[in-house]
Design a protein. Structure first.
Length: 130
């Protein structure tokens, strides 16, 4: 997927950890794409992390579980992400969320090389390279 909003989502998720902005850019794309369940799952994963980072474990849990349901069964190649790893990371986050030390722990989306190159070009063109 080469849409600028998707690339912005990847950048906000992995570089900025600005999950609210992930929501902003992905929601627009999700609506435009006919409420695609895969995009909704990516959206819910980011919003779940946003809730966890802001001290709302109930909201975090609800959205991470919804994301897991939506992401199930999709091939990685559809969006250039390791979706299996994302599901494992979400499950680990849920375990941490309800463990002894429930403090927020970010993780990165595992991006396949071609998509990463496109995302890096997007970041360069928008002055976002760190």
């Amino acid at each position: 997927m080469k849409d600028d909003r998707y690339l912005a989502y990847l950048s906000h998720f992995n570089r900025d950890r600005d999950y609210f902005q992930c929501h902003e850019v992905m929601e627009e794309l999700w609506l435009e794409e006919g409420r695609n369940p895969l995009l909704q799952g990516l959206l819910q994963a980011a919003v779940g992390l946003h809730h966890w980072d802001n001290g709302n474990p109930s909201g975090a849990s609800k959205l991470m579980r919804a994301a897991l349901d939506k992401l199930d069964g999709y091939a990685d190649a559809v969006v250039g992400l390791d979706l299996r790893q994302l599901q494992l990371d979400l499950k680990a986050s849920l375990n941490t969320l309800f463990g002894k030390d429930a403090s927020f722990q970010a993780f990165k989306l595992q991006i396949h090389d071609e998509t990463l190159q496109i995302a890096e070009k997007w970041e360069e063109s928008h002055g976002r390279v760190k």
